[in-house]
Design a protein around this ligand. Structure first.
Ligand code: FES
Length: 106
């Protein structure tokens, strides 16, 4: 699928994200090096750091938040109504065209 990711410098990248590798959005960002090493995915995708927070710009319906994701976002900085943790968003066909922006580093 193709997704658009706006990095922390405000540059938007359209990237190919595989749906058959069980990848999440945080891993896609890392694989394209759209954020410096150590500034995203700090907890390894456990919903425990919020370094992968992103704002969902398109109107895709995403899977419900888990209690862990909800709790982490309740403590994170710069949280908006459309905030999600990238590591909790798995790449599936119905997310084709997804547009997200990385939240500022905190
Ligand atoms: Fe830590 Fe997503 S990588 S919460």
């Amino acid at each position: 699928i193709k997704i658009k990711i706006t990095d922390r410098e405000g540059v938007t990248h359209e990237v190919d994200a595989p749906t058959d590798m069980n990848m999440n959005l945080m891993e896609v960002v890392r694989s394209y090096e759209l954020a410096p090493e150590g500034t995203i995915g700090v907890c390894g995708g456990m919903a425990m750091c919020a370094s992968c927070q992103c704002y969902v710009k398109s109107d895709h319906v995403l899977p419900e938040m888990s209690d862990d994701e909800d709790a982490m976002l309740a403590e994170a900085f710069n949280v908006e109504d459309n905030s999600r943790l990238g590591c909790q968003i798995h790449m599936t066909e119905d997310l084709d065209g997804l547009e997200v922006e990385l939240a500022p580093e905190s």
